[in-house]
Design a protein around this ligand. Structure first.
Ligand code: SF4
Length: 351
């Protein structure tokens, strides 16, 4: 495709975006941007970290809660780790929350509270990979970086009728996306392609009749859009088993344990438990007690495996000391501060 044709195609998408951009709490609308409003890099960065592996619908309330409580990167940098982890609870992929804090502190301590304005500067911050750096550079600083998420990959695969399966096709799709990225309004353009993928060129039943790129779309021309993008078959996820010990003291306090910083659910509060393994887990009670095993299991799916947790409960007297974890008083305990899998185990204990 020629450069002129690419420029015209980008312009068609921007015209569509000017009319149909989604309203998102972290977004500066195309009209406001044209009027000179600049996005706040802190909000752009926060939204991009939250949106990794998570839907817009799930992120909105977390984004609003975080930016209300910590309105600037320096506020977030000064927050207590435990408060940030608790506020993140339920959003999943908890390494993101730890990296969020590390990054905020790096921006506050090493950059005077101002995000670097280059791709390399952003890339050097903790927890910012190539995708996030490109997204922040484009959206916050209007740099002509190529931003490729799952939406963009799908649109590019269809536009070029690319049948090579993902993830093998990633470099090719990135090249296609790079060729289209304009010098004019690259920030709006990056958001426009994502919006096109999220609202028109959807995984199922793309609304080709409403698409500003239909006349340029090879998949539309050949009727192959429903088959694209092709994906390499997924590996079957194994199932792991574990035991969660839910211990209540007679005064209503609950025994909780903070998980080690590295690893799954790192840094999050949770129920003391056994190892999670594909074999039957060894019993590892955190305190001496009379245990009751619940009939139902807590089930949860992580990226690489399914988990089935056997839930054991016990009521212990005041003087009993745990070998692991610490009691959290009833007035302070909030199941909402726990990651989803731990909440599921807790829900099984309530009638
Ligand atoms: S014409 Fe259809 S398949 Fe092609 S980019 Fe538009 S929505 Fe996607």
């Amino acid at each position: 495709m020629s450069a002129t044709r690419d420029t015209a195609q980008a312009a068609d998408l921007l015209t569509w975006y000017d009319r149909h951009a989604r309203e998102l709490p972290w977004r500066v609308s195309p009209a406001a941007r044209a009027a000179g409003v600049r996005p706040d890099p802190y909000r752009v960065w926060m939204s991009e970290i939250m949106l990794q592996q998570t839907t817009v619908a799930a992120v909105k309330s977390y984004f609003e809660a975080f930016t209300t409580r910590w309105p600037t990167v320096s506020d977030l940098a000064a927050a207590e780790d435990a408060d940030v982890m608790a506020a993140w609870a339920g959003l999943g992929y908890y390494a993101r929350a730890r990296n969020l804090l590390k990054c905020a502190r790096a921006v506050a301590d090493e950059h005077g509270g101002v995000f670097p304005q280059t791709l390399d500067g952003l890339r050097a911050l903790p927890g910012i990979g190539p995708y996030t750096a490109a997204a922040v550079a484009a959206i916050a600083f209007d740099l002509p970086e190529t931003v490729v998420d799952g939406n963009v990959e799908r649109v590019m695969a269809r536009l070029h009728d690319e049948h090579l399966p993902l993830p093998q096709s990633k470099p090719v799709l990135t090249d296609y996306a790079a060729a289209l990225t304009p010098q004019e309004r690259p920030g709006d353009y990056a958001q426009a392609v994502m919006d096109l993928g999220a609202t028109i060129c959807t995984p199922r039943n793309p609304a080709c009749g409403l698409c500003p790129w239909r006349s340029a779309c090879a998949a539309w021309d050949r009727g192959t859009q429903a088959e694209l993008p092709k994906k390499a078959p997924k590996k079957r996820k194994p199932t792991r088993h574990g035991i969660a010990y839910l211990v209540k003291r007679v005064d209503g306090a609950w025994l909780l344990e903070r998980r080690p910083d590295s690893g799954l659910l790192g840094g999050m509060l949770g129920w003391p438990g056994s190892e999670w393994s594909e074999e039957a887990p060894a019993d590892a009670p955190p305190i001496r007690a009379e245990w009751k095993t619940l009939n139902a299991e807590a089930r949860h799916t992580f990226t690489h495996f399914h988990l089935r947790l056997t839930v054991k409960t016990a009521l212990v007297p005041m003087e009993r000391t745990p070998a692991r974890g610490a009691f959290v008083e009833a007035e302070v305990f909030d199941a909402g501060d726990l990651p989803t899998v731990m909440r599921k185990a807790f829900a099984l204990t309530s009638p």
